[in-house]
Design a protein around this ligand. Structure first.
Ligand code: PGA
Length: 251
């Protein structure tokens, strides 16, 4: 049985004062962490504030990125150890915005996943096709290529720290959520790929999240699909009311 997981990805939004108000709303629902993982990925500047607020609540923190080295002279970067120090147990890696705007290749993503695993972080590894790729019937091929390169040379112990997020690029920030059937098809494909490469235990225990314009109106029907184990929520996570509505739609 895979434990459901809902992740809020704030991207480059929200100040410390916004975070403080937001978390007060979420804490009212924190009893739900008995039934599912609730994870928040704020900007780095809000991490330590949230860490202190969520203590003992069961809510978890994620970083939105890490640098591609363990540490050292890399101005502007943040390490996996720093994220842990600031209260994170998760990190998002391979997000399409990082791939698109910061030239993160599959090789870089692979390196970051390996570092995050070795430093004991849980990883939410994002993959997804563009609209042109989907329209050309290349969705599965693109997903498979991203998975194979991103997870190259990782062992089963490292892979046990992994969740995969299917995030079609055409659905992110566009308001066009994938239909439950579209998402389920790709999730099933990801699971079948995982079974072929890493075995039944990996395939059955690894959580696969959907992300891309998730809203309170679409969350339940997505989560009703047998291979959708969680949701990665961007815009709708910025308003605490909407984020809580998404969490509550599961019950
Ligand atoms: P969105 O973002 O919900 O605003 O589409 C999702 C994501 O990029 O993780």
């Amino acid at each position: 049985m895979r434990r459901p997981i809902i992740v809020g990805n704030w991207k480059m939004n929200m100040l410390i004062s916004d975070a403080d108000e937001w978390i007060a709303g979420l804490l009212k629902n924190s009893y739900l962490t008995e039934a599912l993982d609730i994870v928040v990925a704020p900007a780095f500047t809000s991490l330590a504030v949230l860490r202190d607020r969520i203590e003992k609540s069961g809510i978890k923190l994620a970083g939105q990125n890490i640098g591609q080295e363990i540490g050292g002279s890399l101005t502007g970067e943040i390490s996996a150890t720093m994220l842990k120090d600031a209260g994170c147990s998760y990190v998002l890696l391979g997000h399409s915005e990082r791939r698109q705007y910061f030239a993160e290749t599959d090789e870089i993503v692979n390196k970051k996943i390996s570092i995050a695993c070795n430093q004991g972080l849980n990883i939410i590894f994002c993959v997804g096709e563009s609209l042109v790729e989907r329209n050309n019937g290349r969705t599965n091929e693109i997903i498979e290529a991203q998975l194979s390169s991103g997870l190259a040379n990782l062992n089963l112990i490292q892979l046990s720290q992994l969740a995969i997020a299917y995030e079609p690029v055409w659905a992110i920030g566009t308001g066009h959520t994938a239909t439950p059937d579209q998402a389920q098809d790709v999730h099933l494909y990801i699971r079948a790929w995982g079974k072929k490469l890493f075995g039944t235990n990996f395939a059955e225990s690894t959580r696969v999240l959907y992300g891309g314009s998730v809203k309170p109106e679409t969350s339940k029907s997505l989560m009703n699909q047998s291979d959708i184990d969680g949701l990665l929520v961007g815009k709708a996570s910025l308003k605490i009311r909407e984020f809580c509505d998404i969490i509550n739609s599961l019950f």
